[in-house]
Design a protein around this ligand. Structure first.
Ligand SMILES: O=C(O)CCC(=O)C(=O)O
Ligand SMILES: [Fe+2]
Length: 357
């Protein structure tokens, strides 16, 4: 049975944002407490991080400008990283440092505003889009020590501008500039992933479809006096195809072989993180890793996650070229998997088994 504190009506539980509780200097309330001891965490110095770092620079040039061997090596690195870690930090992606700085800046400025200003973009408890927390978890699930603003950006006709901040003034323009760049980067990475698996370079782009979706999630992680008791974001895998994350501080960790590894701070890098639908399309070759965000007692943190997801209503499934007698089909065709995923996510569970063949 759910704990009494979690049985409070969702409207009450989520009406106060984490950022307000921090300003009040309160201890975390019971529904946010989700762990009683810090489990095995990777405390290696940042320079020792084993998370693969890949320079995509040569993929931006025309093939006549780059030795073929250089391209082969980058594709091999991508394949190795995604088959083992399910993620890599990308540099040389072609997005200017100036734009990355602007995205960090508008995110910080948005969350730094008074609560009345942010609440102009507030979601209702059951909605997903807008400012606030994720819809209230079911069955006594703990709450995340973070606030977020979630926006549909592509296709354009799916935008709900009532949720798009008018302040800071440059917010909308910077978001649009960034998501245009994200569109370009997802095309680059989708082609590179296909080539790294010896598939037709457009195969994943075809599966994502002409009306593929880009959604932006701005996360704000307030400091917490008891980081050992809460999590900024609970362990989960993403329900998208894949996700591209920009962060300004450490805090994000990925799980590999039962150990948590931190994603190092690198202002020029973007984390390319496989999600469940790429695991399905690659017939299990690329892994969709479980990840989480730790809280910090002193520092706040910003991240912007852009989810790249197949078009609504489109069936996706394992690429034919990856299925044969030795490697049978592990997944069936699915559509709108992100919706199925969300139902499980709210219960703190993974959904990938629902797509098993
Ligand atoms: O804050 C981060 O770095 C990760 C965010 C994340 O995992 C998500 O929004 O799904
Ligand atoms: Fe995530």
């Amino acid at each position: 049975m759910a704990e009494a504190s979690v049985d409070l009506p969702a409207e009450i539980l989520l009406s106060k944002r984490v950022q307000e509780m921090v300003l009040d200097k309160k201890e975390p309330p019971a529904p946010y407490k989700c762990r009683d001891d810090a489990d095995s965490e990777d405390d290696d110095p940042i320079s020792m991080s084993p998370i693969p770092l890949i320079d995509l620079g040569c993929l931006l040039l025309s093939t006549s400008e780059v030795p073929a061997q250089e391209i082969v090596e980058v594709l091999e690195k991508i394949n190795a990283a995604l088959s083992s870690w399910g993620c890599f930090q990308a540099i040389g992606h072609g997005i200017s440092n100036l734009l990355l700085d602007k995205v960090r800046q508008i995110s910080r400025e948005f969350f730094a505003q008074p609560m009345e200003e942010k609440k102009k973009y507030a979601k209702t408890v059951v909605d997903f889009e807008g400012y606030g927390a994720d819809p209230v978890p079911e069955e006594g699930q703990s709450l995340d020590w973070s606030d977020r603003l979630f926006l549909n950006v592509q296709p354009e006709d799916q935008r709900n501008y009532k949720f798009w901040p008018m302040t800071p003034e440059s917010f909308r323009d910077v978001l649009l500039e960034y998501t245009d760049e994200m569109k370009r980067v997802t095309e680059l990475i989708s082609r590179a992933m296909a080539k790294s698996l010896n598939l037709d370079e457009n195969c994943f782009l075809k599966q994502f479809g002409e009306r593929s979706q880009l959604q932006a999630r701005f996360n704000y992680y307030s400091p917490c006096k008891r980081p050992d008791l809460v999590l900024g974001l609970k362990p989960h895998s993403d329900g998208s195809g894949y996700t591209i994350i920009m962060q300004d501080e450490v805090g994000l960790q990925v799980l590999k072989d039962d150990k948590w590894y931190k994603i190092p701070k690198n202002p020029h890098a973007l984390l390319v993180l496989m999600a469940d639908q790429m695991e399905i399309m690659t017939n299990g070759i690329f892994k969709s890793p479980v990840h989480r965000v730790l809280s910090n007692s002193e520092r706040d943190r910003i991240s912007v996650a852009v989810f790249y997801t197949p078009e609504v209503g489109k069936e996706i499934g394992p690429e034919d070229g990856l299925v044969n007698e030795r490697t049978p089909k592990l997944f069936k065709m699915v559509k709108d998997y992100a919706d199925t995923h969300f139902g499980y996510y709210q219960r703190g569970m993974r959904a990938l088994h629902t797509a098993q063949a």
